[in-house]
Design a protein around this ligand. Sequence first.
Ligand code: 6GU
Length: 224
Amino acid sequence: MRIDIISVLPELMESPFRTSILKRAMDKGLAEVHFHNLRDFGLGKHRQVDDEPYGGGAGMVMMIEPLDLCISELKSQRNYDEVIYLTPDGETLNQKIANSLSIRKNLIFLCGHYKGIDQRARELHITKEISIGDYVLTGGELAACVLADSVIRLLPGVLNDEQSALTDSFQDNLLSPPIYTRPSEYKGLKVPEVLLSGNSKKIEGWLHDEAVKITQEKRPDLLD
Ligand code: 6GU
């Protein structure tokens, strides 16, 4: 998978891709992430990328020309499955969206900034708009990192234990059951007997029941 991320602040996203699972995915050649500084496509001496909104109002708008230049150049080099605009008014990210993107080959993420992008950039290029929740971030960069992480960890070979992405919370619309490791008793707190029983069928049943119980308690909406 290849992800091209367009931003006015690409520095903000460097470290998440240089550590842990994302780094391993890149080192193994399973994922490639390329950053593009929109300012390189800015207009004039000052490399302008934003301007005041027509009709007035507070905040600046990301201009159509730099966005069109940058995205068109990328599109001339390869075919993209989706051009995704990270914006608070997009569809809220969930596991289903992450799963569906994880089988794509080439993606563009456009990080919104200021008040947002000129509507015509949406009409010309954007195929999907994604938000990471109902709150406002300063820009789309952190959201792009969240989206990239949620997708890249699903690529075959990224996680050590192939099973572990499949048993994540949300993968079957259930939260994870409680987990324990040694010691079997700590300060009087005991690991549930069934987990020490060695009876894998019983354990599986217990884990599923616990997952349903916890989901009912914390996120009943997932069971609807
Ligand atoms: Cl994608 N961008 C911004 N600026 N704020 C957000 C968001 C995105 N998702 C949630 N809040």
